[in-house]
Design a protein around this ligand. Structure first.
Ligand SMILES: [Zn+2]
Length: 441
């Protein structure tokens, strides 16, 4: 069995016990105190670690926490946090302490004591952290809501309030299904966070865990994927025991790019139209300054990212299902991490593939599939049959889709040939070696 941990983000609409303004004020206050307490706590942890190091240097021993503090040092820190977060549910404070301790461990790993980074510091937009026992997801005819314990006993008595009930805003089907599974206990409920976006809207981020059955896939079978534009993905399977590629039907091994291309054209055209329109309107629309003119563009970007989400979800699912169906324990594809969103935003191109790559990785890992990202250099110009690398293997001017080897005369669709190369074990080294030999010759 393979343990998986995930999160779901859901928007809060209303709160039963308070009006919008009051609950917002309460949350902002909690958040402010959380930030204060976390900053204090991480400074304590840092100072103590330094003192401990010094003590160790002198005595060869660690400081006896029980003797000095009457308890473990982190329990002592939690008490200090409780003093600052004076109205807070103490389970949530404990969870917040865990959050700080983890952050401090991360800082140490990243080189805090080698002077490579400075100590983390928590801003006022820090999430409010909720212990998994402090909230409950409930479902009624009116929809989902979350009962959440935010306050400690003293505050509850003084203000005659127990739990706070948040109503959930509209959700997608994926989110609904996740919440249902948490309610039914199929997913194990983890801790949660309450955050606020820039527009002031509040969200619950709920973590949950489950286990998937790990099907034993064959690690000697590699699914190679070539990403492209006219064909979004072309797949070939290399069997390392048989030293052969599987025979796959054309239809099954290729994911057509028509839908993506049409959408891209539509969006680029609309962007142009909008630019023209905004110029034509000119100063007439500047009532609210630049923000008024930005809104349609923002809306469109929102649509684009929704399209990308759905499209890439579909494609990545297809790819990973294909790997499972054909018993491939390994997926190999080109490394696209070098492309940032900004670099190629206008093309609406590479970033979309980078996201696709991440989704493939994410889904593959759930099935126990290893994903190798490789440098695609020359994979489109290498003949998958005889290994010859030659510029003339591709006739880029006249026929993009065709691959014809100048040495062995092997003919194949260019994407299929590239996918065959990408799926080979150690393909990067194979190409490096043959380029070396070529130079010597
Ligand atoms: Zn050849």
């Amino acid at each position: 069995m393979l343990p998986i941990n995930k999160c779901v983000k859901i928007a809060i609409k209303n709160c039963k016990e308070f009006d919008k303004k009051s609950i917002s004020k309460i949350l902002i206050d909690l958040r402010y105190k959380t930030a204060l307490a976390c900053n204090r706590a991480i400074t304590y942890l840092y100072t103590f670690a330094l003192e401990n190091m010094e003590y160790k240097k002198q005595t060869g021993l660690s400081i006896d926490e029980k003797e000095h503090f009457g308890k473990s040092y982190s329990a002592w820190v939690e008490n200090r946090m409780n003093e600052i977060m004076e109205t807070c549910n103490s389970a949530n404070v404990a969870q917040t302490r865990q959050f700080v301790v983890n952050r401090f461990k991360d800082d140490k790993k990243k080189g805090l004591f080698k002077g490579e980074i400075s100590l983390s510091n928590f801003k006022k937009n820090i999430p409010i952290i909720i212990h998994n026992d402090s909230y409950k997801i409930l479902k009624s005819d009116k929809g989902f809501h979350i009962e959440c314990g935010l306050f400690n006993l003293k505050y509850q008595k003084e203000h005659d309030i127990k739990r706070v009930t948040f109503e959930i805003d509209k959700m997608g089907n994926n989110e609904k299904s996740t919440l249902n599974k948490i309610i039914k206990g199929i997913y194990k409920q983890g801790s949660a966070q309450i955050i606020q976006d820039k527009k002031g809207k509040w969200y619950f981020i709920i973590s949950f865990g489950f286990e998937v059955e790990k099907k034993e896939l064959n690690m000697n079978r590699i699914l190679g994927i070539d990403l492209g534009i006219t064909k979004v993905a072309t797949m070939q399977i290399w069997d390392n025991d048989k030293e052969l590629w599987d025979r796959l039907s054309w239809k099954e091994c290729m994911i057509d790019g028509d839908e993506l291309i049409h959408y891209r054209q539509k969006i680029e055209a609309r962007k142009k139209q909008m630019q023209i329109a905004s110029k034509a309107v000119g100063n007439g629309r500047t009532g609210h300054g630049i923000t008024t003119r930005m809104k349609p563009l923002e809306k469109m970007n929102d649509k684009v990212s929704k399209f990308r989400e759905t499209f890439n979800h579909k494609v990545s699912k297809y790819i990973v299902d294909m790997a499972v169906k054909y018993n491939c324990g390994v997926i190999q594809m080109e490394d696209l991490s070098g492309f940032t969103e900004q670099q190629s935003e206008s093309l609406l191109r590479n970033w979309s593939y980078y996201d696709l790559q991440n989704k493939v990785k994410y889904k593959a890992e759930e099935k126990g599939i290893i994903v190798n990202l490789i440098n695609p250099y020359m994979t489109s110009k290498r003949c998958s049959q005889c290994g010859c690398i030659n510029e003339n293997n591709r006739d880029c001017k006249n026929n993009q889709e065709k691959f014809k080897c100048v040495v062995c005369r092997y003919e194949e669709n260019a994407d299929i040939n590239a996918a065959k190369n990408i799926g080979l074990p150690n393909i990067e080294e194979i190409i490096k070696e043959s380029l070396k030999v070529k130079k010597i010759n």
